[in-house]
Structure formats: C-alpha cells, structure tokens
Design a protein around this ligand. Structure first.
Ligand code: HEM
Length: 143
C-alpha cells in the first residue's frame, strides 16, 4: 500500500471515530422545558406503584394534571423544524388535543382514586400509556 493511501485510510478512520463520538445535536443531552414537565408526568404515573393509599394516589394524579397543564405552555422541539406553517398549525392543534385528553384522563384517574376504584384506575392508566405512545410516535423524533 502506498504511503499516500495509508494517510487517507487514517484520515477516514479518524473521521469515522469523530462521527461515532460526536453528538447528533450539540444540545442533545439538555432537557427541554417540555421534557422536564414530561418527566413529572412520568414520575406521577411511576409513583402510583409505591403510593401507600388512595389519598396518596389521588395526590399523584393531581401532580400529573399540573404537569400536563404546564406542558401545554410549550411545543415539541421537533416543531422547530417545521417550515410549512399550515403543517405546523395543524400539528399544534393536534398536540393540544392530545394534551387535553391527557388532562381529562388524569382528572378521571383522580376521581377513580377518590372513589377507591382500583380497577377503573388501572383502565385509565392503560389509556394514558396508549396516549403516551400516540403522542411520542407523532411528536418525539427517534421514537
Ligand atoms: C401521558 C403519558 C406521558 C408520559 C408518561 C410521557 C413521558 C415523557 C418523558 C419521560 C419524556 C422525556 C424523555 C423521552 O424523550 O422519552 C417525554 C418527552 C416528550 N413527550 Fe411525553 N409523555 C406522555 C404523553 C405525551 C403526549 C400525549 C405527548 C404529545 C401530545 C407527548 C409529547 C412529548 C414530546 C414532544 C416530548 C419531547 C420533549 C420536547 O419535544 O421538548 N408526551 N415524555
């Protein structure tokens, strides 16, 4: 192999190495304000397993409601890449529709706990998980 070719090979290897360690986006590790609220939504749902009684579970459902209401102050970060205003306007309405559903479900969840109806609460948690899938499929990149 010629010296020149080896040099090229090194250059290529170095480039590949760089590509492998370079983040896709510089701010990839930073939590967005929406991501932070979403973390609280998730925390409320996860906390249910360890909550000692119905009153504690109802409190977590209220925390979920607050985090969803706060989520509505923000838009998904992927909307920044939407250049077509018509597409963005429609996506914004759809995002609000889903967050509205999330608020309704968390309020229903609180009611189920206040009524001490664990079966109903389980059904509602399943609906929230489905909604998460729907929302993330549509509005979280790489999910
Ligand atoms: C209802 C249950 C939900 C839970 C537990 C939940 C949880 C989370 C969590 C933990 C994150 C941050 C980590 C990650 O990227 O996976 C996140 C991010 C995100 N979620 Fe949710 N989510 C829920 C519902 C939704 C819904 C209904 C939507 C859309 C209408 C949505 C849109 C997003 C978006 C867009 C992000 C990325 C943050 C950003 O773009 O700034 N999520 N979610």
């Amino acid at each position: 192999m010629k010296v020149e070719s080896i040099g090229k090979l090194f250059a290529l290897g170095a480039m590949m190495g760089l590509v492998a360690i370079a983040p896709v986006r510089a701010d990839d590790d930073e939590e967005t304000p929406l991501g932070e609220q979403m973390g609280d939504v998730s925390g409320a749902l996860k906390g249910l397993r360890k909550a000692p009684d119905f009153a504690a579970k109802a409190e977590l459902a209220r925390k979920g409601q607050t985090a969803v209401i706060n989520s509505l102050k923000y838009l998904p970060v992927m909307f920044e890449g939407m250049k077509d205003e018509k597409v963005k306007t429609k996506a914004t309405a759809d995002y609000k529709r889903m967050m509205g559903q999330a608020l309704m479900l968390f309020a229903e969840l609180e009611l189920a706990f206040l009524e001490e109806d664990e079966d109903k609460a389980d059904e509602i948690v399943d609906k929230l998980k489905d909604l998460k899938k729907e929302g993330h499929n549509a509005y979280v990149e790489d999910e």
